[in-house]
Write a protein that binds this ligand. Sequence first.
Ligand code: ATR
Length: 273
Amino acid sequence: MTDRYAVLGNPIGHSKSPLIHSLFAQATGQDIGYTAIETPLDGFDETVLGFRAGGGRGLNVSLPFKLQAFQIATQPSERARLAGAANCLKFEGESILADNFDGVGLVNDLQRNLGCPIKGKRVLLLGAGGATRGAILPLAGQAPALLAVANRTADKAHELRRDFAGHAALQTGGYDDLTGQTFDIVINATSAGLSGDALPLPPGLFAPGAVAYDMVYGKGLTPFLRQARAAGVSTVADGVGMLVEQAAEAFAWWRGVRPETPPVIQQLTVPLA
Ligand code: ATR
């Protein structure tokens, strides 16, 4: 019998997840069905429980429901707990397991696909929202020389330092605090680019050979990636690889089979410019 999965979000129309999971299923010979469900803003729990009652096996969860996905779980993973957010659910009997694969997707994309090892590097995360929360533990697990978080509202970054104390040593502050520092990997986890805004990055932020990574995908050269290019950064990437890598983690968690990611990333990649 075909096992059913879906992605929940609002809006969900442009989600690439059904395509990604159907390519994974074809490549691994797994018999699954995967759909996108536009979920009412006030109907997340109902949709999850209804999907499970109808025989569904697991869900991906997109914006704006990642906090609620964590809250509905009966068994969240430690990284979902620390992030306070989940992007993947698995149903086992009465249990709802939750995990957050966004950060590991980012780490795998940087290291495996972009050839950029994190160990010993100076890494900077821009933003202090859910996307940054999900990335901290997986990045810290790779032993960077420094993991810094800068945010427009510095207090929100400081809050992260306290929340992750004992799990990840963070340098936190506002954009002004970055003056005079250089980084090897700079990751934009803000939503600034979606509104076309550039970030107040001080000059000299990018070390020679630095990588600039924007978590958004399919938007071409975002304001952040343009800023990086203008500063002489040659390796700039959007989040398409992160999207496919987190999907591969979910697929492996659900199905026990790990799909190959490079052909799928290649299929989804839109040239940046
Ligand atoms: P997500 O869950 O996608 O991370 P979020 O929790 O709403 O979304 O967080 C959005 C992040 O983008 C925040 O760090 C926000 O900064 P503030 O905490 O100061 O609001 C950041 N952000 C959004 N628009 C921005 C802009 N124009 N310039 C700088 N940072 C911006």
